[in-house]
Write a protein that binds this ligand. Structure first.
Ligand SMILES: [Zn+2]
Length: 376
């Protein structure tokens, strides 16, 4: 396992590219940005905002933002309204009550109180849970299904309301080095084909053993590109146009505007900060399984961004990443098992199946890492 020489990006991240000097794509990308590029992007987003106003929907909204109530969607909503002078409709996809955290509720309420209109999409919780269980067992990633409904809600509402623009946050292929998409890197119309969403394919979700039929999957159906174009819908990464759109600036602005953050130690979530994934504790479970699969989790991602932004040195980051990455409080694992109706023993039988054979060796009952971040 190799790490970027500048940050802590590992070469086990799917699709990540390194240059000859061993520097990862996100580090090189950030380094390539200069004041001319930011001037061009500022002009471009003004043009886009004017286009939104000219193409206002019959319902009166200029654009849609998919909103969880967290730091990024709070920042996006404020940028749209206060900087671009647009009238956004927020679309919030709600997880079942057993899964949503108290601060998750409070943060959506906060957005509402900040003066935004919100449409809430609530998929059938019985189907939602069955899909999560199947996704966890078959792919070691419970969010494979839930991510689809999160992403599908905004374009589905856009079509229903005749709204022509959807704004997303960051372009993940630039920020994290995920699979590359469109040549115009602010354009997200092809987004569904270039990330973990598997082109929006839902055929794997029709599961006879779980009694899930195609008719149960409407909230998970991401409209085809043909349908989006036919309805005149554009999708853009708003974060691409703003120099200070990153996790830290977004958190700072959102907290100033009433965002509630976690009180627990970030170590219990395998993270470094307490302002990410505020509405869902199970994310920590997923990050732990990701650590089994690829040898890195949330802490590595957060530290790499902090190094790029000059908040931490690589040396400082290594120490805290080593301590926190892959950690997950047993409380979250217990809650996850209870929610899915599986025993903790079965949970670990499944999760351990996803440990990479290149990264882990079984030593009696314990698993030993073959990789060592501290030596990188
Ligand atoms: Zn890097």
């Amino acid at each position: 396992m190799k790490y970027c020489k500048k940050c802590l990006q590992p070469n086990t991240r799917p699709y990540i590219k390194f240059d000859k000097e061993g520097i990862c794509f996100p580090c090189n990308y950030l380094n390539s940005l200069n004041s001319n590029i930011w001037k061009d992007r500022k002009n471009k987003i003004k043009e886009i905002a004017n286009w939104c106003k000219k193409n206002k929907s019959p319902s009166g909204y200029d654009c849609i933002i998919s909103a969880s109530g967290g730091k990024d969607s709070t920042r996006l909503a404020l940028l749209c309204r206060d900087t671009l002078r647009l009238n956004p409709l927020l679309v919030s996809t709600v997880s079942p009550p057993e899964m949503t955290t108290q601060i998750g509720y409070e943060n959506i309420n906060n957005l509402n109180k900040l003066g935004f209109d919100i449409i809430t999409v609530e998929p059938d919780p019985v189907i939602y849970k069955k899909l999560m269980k199947y996704s966890f067992i078959e792919y070691g990633n419970y969010a494979r299904s839930t991510e689809l409904t999160l992403y599908a809600s905004a374009p589905r509402v856009a079509i229903a309301y005749g709204i022509k623009m959807i704004f997303l946050g960051e372009n993940n292929s630039l920020a994290y080095g995920e699979k590359e998409g469109s040549k115009d890197q602010g354009n997200a119309i092809d987004m569904i084909n270039y990330n973990t969403l598997g082109s929006g394919d839902i055929s794997w979700m029709t599961i006879p053993d779980y009694k899930i039929k195609k008719k149960d999957l409407i909230p998970y159906m991401y409209p085809s590109k043909k349908d989006l174009i036919k309805n005149g819908i554009n999708i853009r990464y708003l974060g691409y146009y703003f120099k200070d759109f990153n996790n830290y600036s977004n958190a700072r602005v959102a907290i100033k505007n009433g965002l509630r953050i976690r009180k627990e130690n970030p170590n219990s979530l395998g993270a470094l900060t307490n302002y990410d994934a505020l509405d869902d504790d199970f994310v920590a479970v997923n990050q732990m399984v990701k650590y089994f699969k690829f040898g890195f989790g949330k802490a590595t991602e957060e530290a790499s961004e902090m190094i790029r932004l000059g908040i931490l040195t690589r040396k400082e980051a290594k120490k805290i990443v080593f301590k926190n990455d892959g950690e997950c409080s047993s409380k979250y694992i217990d809650d996850f098992c209870k929610y899915l109706g599986i025993t903790k023993k079965r949970f670990f039988l499944i999760a351990n199946r996803y440990r990479s054979k290149n990264l882990w060796i079984k030593n009696g009952k314990n698993w030993r890492r073959t990789f060592d971040l501290m030596k990188s």
